[in-house]
Design a protein around this ligand. Structure first.
Ligand code: AR6
Length: 186
């Protein structure tokens, strides 16, 4: 068990939390908090589509659909990032409809797809915590644990940025990292 704790702590060192606009980050891929139809929407999705340009919507339309908890990849077009991974998180229905597992799956599938695509650095927004209404503290704990556990098994991405849109969200993610590190050290 000591080895498992040490490898999770090493994985946590590959995760950084930043506060800002994900469309401006200098990473190979950014993750979009998408919907199942892969249609341009509001929130971070709207910002990503605006920054990437209309080719992104055409590329999404050609793929057509992505199930909740899953992810697909397109080029980044006008973005600094070469790739966009479109991950569909769950809509919050109170917590008894498998939301936790579906949110974890959206993060895990994004990282697996990134690894298959050869992506070394990737940034995530706080999936589902805006328009989809997932409680931010609960989502931060799931995001941190899922990313750390997935990185334990993946050589790439080497670096994962959790890009938070405000100070409260950044504090929740930093707290979740501290909690997990403390748990794995004790
Ligand atoms: N950079 C980083 N984070 C951002 C940005 C940005 N530019 N803009 C917003 N956020 P949301 P969801 C944060 O609502 O809850 C769309 O219409 C935001 O503060 O973007 O998964 C899609 O098409 C929040 O913390 O995504 C779907 O239909 C987080 O990003 C639906 O909304 C996620 O908020 C998805 O809803």
């Amino acid at each position: 068990m000591a080895d498992a704790g040490a490898s999770l702590r090493r994985a946590l060192e590959r995760i950084t939390v930043v506060e800002g606009d994900i469309t401006t980050l200098d990473v190979e891929a950014i993750v979009n908090a998408a919907n199942e139809r892969l249609a341009p929407g509001g929130g971070v999705c709207g910002a990503i589509h605006r920054a990437a340009g209309p080719e992104l919507a055409r590329s999404c339309a050609a793929i057509g659909h992505c199930a909740t908890g899953d992810a697909v990849v397109t080029p980044g077009f006008g973005l600094k990032a070469r790739w966009v991974i479109h991950a569909v998180g769950p809509i919050w229905h109170g917590g008894s409809a498998g939301e936790d597992e579906l949110l974890a799956s959206a993060y895990r599938r994004s990282l697996e797809l990134a690894a298959r695509t050869g992506i070394k650095s990737i940034a995530f927004p706080a999936i589902s915590t805006g328009i989809y209404g997932f409680p931010a503290d609960r989502a931060a704990a799931i995001a941190v644990r899922t990313v750390a556990e997935a990185l334990r098994d993946l050589e790439i991405p080497e670096r994962v940025v959790l890009c938070c849109f405000n100070a409260t969200s950044a504090a929740l993610h930093r707290h979740a990292i501290d909690q997990l590190r403390a748990k794995e050290t004790s």
